[in-house]
Design a binder for this molecule. Structure first.
Ligand SMILES: Nc1ncnc2c1ncn2[C@@H]1O[C@H](COP(=O)(O)OP(=O)(O)OP(=O)(O)O)[C@@H](O)[C@H]1O
Length: 226
């Protein structure tokens, strides 16, 4: 079995010294899409932020791309992390073209992922629809060919067709070798898209496994949201 590209080992993290998540063991291998599930406040965003190096750990460790000490966020990005946070990661005052030029990958590669952006190149990102903004953010990240990609709530407020398009792009990135971790409020969609899943409850992993198994235990998964 291949080594995990992203691994949390006994990870605890939180705010002002108080853990919001604790003892998290989680891994994502290259080629996999893994879903992080759980109710509001269960600790999904905190886990992503800790694994990305946005907040420090209170315990345990995170390994990324073979490194035990992956360093702060900017270093992880340099080392092959793509991070799509809850807030749309685009420069609203810049055009689509300018946004793409600021990315770490070629503009043409970004457009190959989302050709629909081509006719919007001279439009300021702030004037795009929410779906187009999210495509822009993801196109820029995918063009850099990240080895590890984390996406937090990428579907928030978007139309189902756009969400499908974005998730398909993540699936394609995994098929291309990326290790993909998604936080997704729409459990059904997440379980359809991902290969494996982890369900958090009150800051701990309450259940994990292949999504086929989690789908078969949908009542248990639903209980963990209570
Ligand atoms: N900046 C912060 N300062 C203090 N506490 C925080 C902060 N951000 C989150 N928390 C707390 O940490 C816990 C986990 O929150 P987190 O945002 O990680 O959950 P989540 O599963 O991502 O929820 P949601 O689906 O609502 O985004 C919650 O109790 C939350 O109130």
């Amino acid at each position: 079995m291949t080594e995990a590209a992203l691994q949390a080992i006994g990870m605890s993290a939180g705010y002002h010294g108080v853990p919001a998540v604790s003892d998290i063991d989680l891994e994502v291998r290259s080629g996999e899409v893994v879903a992080l599930l759980g109710a509001n406040g269960a600790g999904k965003t905190t886990s992503i932020r800790a694994m990305a190096g946005q907040i420090g750990l209170l315990g345990g460790s995170v390994r990324m791309n073979g490194s035990d000490r992956p360093g702060p966020l900017f270093k992880r990005i340099r080392g092959g992390l793509g991070l799509l946070t809850e807030s749309r990661c685009v420069f609203m005052g810049l055009t689509v073209r300018e946004n793409l030029r600021l990315g770490r990958g070629p503009v043409d590669d970004a457009l190959a992922h989302f050709p629909e952006l081509d006719r919007r190149m001279d439009v300021r990102a702030g004037l795009l629809s929410g779906g187009e903004q999210q495509m822009l953010a993801l196109a820029r990240i995918l063009a850099a060919r990240p080895k590890v990609l984390m996406a937090d709530e990428l579907s928030l407020g978007l139309a189902p067709l756009i969400v499908r398009r974005l998730l398909d792009a993540l699936t394609a990135a995994a098929a291309d070798g990326a290790a993909v971790l998604i936080v997704e409020q729409q459990t059904r969609l997440a379980l359809e898209t991902a290969h494996r899943g982890y369900v958090l409850r009150r800051g701990k992993v309450a259940l994990s496994g292949p999504t086929a198994e989690l789908r078969a235990q949908s009542a248990t998964v639903a209980d963990l949201y209570l």
